[in-house]
Design a protein around this ligand. Structure first.
Ligand SMILES: [Ca+2]
Length: 269
């Protein structure tokens, strides 16, 4: 049962991986992380920072916020990041996170950035400009959460904005993107899957060896950029699984999950 669930999970990961997967570590695209010389209270204005992306998805943002007055009567606030295109201000996506102000946002340097994730990642156009708008809810006793920035233009590809007014300043931020799985990584994950089936006694050692050697050959061909040869190896892997299913050497459920995974690699080549 556990194994079936595991295979289903992996199969779903592959489906997600064909679009944009969060399975791998997110990478930073754009950022301005200081030095900071000023700040503006986030609740008082529609504050935003524009940026020009070099990738085609946005999976998270970091915001350099500060508890300006150290108001210890507030504990949790909700920070919402809204992404709009620039300058159209059309909303592309929105996400929130609730943070413990005293321990996460704090009042002193170094500032721990507030991390807001977009799941699934937002589809954006590489080379285009977007803005991150910040809003805060849950503040008591008046606004105290501010967005740290620089009074100089230290991030060249965007600017800090107050409403529609564009300043020469920049607010502290970072944007992240999710890197899709490569065919090589996808194939290595199938090898791991076969080894799991071997370990749980669901396929024989001989069959496991036969399958993993075909997958290793496919990985070699992928790394040599021999797409046709890699496709051939993955096709031969699928044929082997089909034969194993028809002779009862592997359950049709386990077998089909491996076939789907191999097909996902072929589609991604
Ligand atoms: Ca700038």
């Amino acid at each position: 049962m556990t194994k079936t669930i595991l295979l289903l999970t992996i199969s779903l990961t592959f489906i997600a991986g064909m679009q944009v997967s969060n399975a791998f570590a997110d990478q930073v695209d754009q950022s301005f992380r200081g030095p900071f010389s000023n700040e503006l209270l986030a609740s008082n204005y529609d504050l935003s920072q524009s940026f020009r992306t070099s990738v085609d998805n946005l999976s998270a943002v970091d915001l350099y916020l500060n508890d300006r007055y150290g108001n210890d009567r507030i504990e949790f606030v909700t920070i919402t990041a809204t992404i709009t295109d620039e300058p159209g201000r059309i909303v592309i996506g929105q996400a929130s996170t609730t943070v413990d102000v005293p321990t996460v946002i704090g009042t002193n340097d170094p500032i721990i950035p507030t991390h807001v994730e977009f799941n699934p990642p937002l589809e954006i156009l590489s080379g285009s400009s977007y803005s991150i708008h910040v809003s805060v809810t849950g503040e008591l006793n008046g606004p105290t959460i501010s967005w740290r920035g620089s009074s100089d233009d230290l991030y060249p590809d965007g600017s800090a904005n107050r409403g529609t007014f564009r300043t020469i300043q920049d607010f502290g931020f970072a944007t992240y993107y999710a890197q899709p799985e490569t065919p090589e990584e996808q194939t290595e994950a199938i090898v791991d899957e076969v080894l799991e089936l071997l370990e749980s006694g669901d396929i024989s050692t001989g069959n496991a060896n036969s399958l993993t050697s075909t997958l290793e050959n496919a990985i070699d061909k992928i790394s040599e950029d021999s797409t046709t040869a890699a496709e051939g190896m993955l096709g031969s892997f699928i044929n082997k699984i089909e034969a194993m299913i028809s002779t009862g050497k592997i359950s049709s459920e386990d077998g089909q999950a491996l076939i789907d995974a191999a097909q996902a690699v072929i589609d991604n080549l």
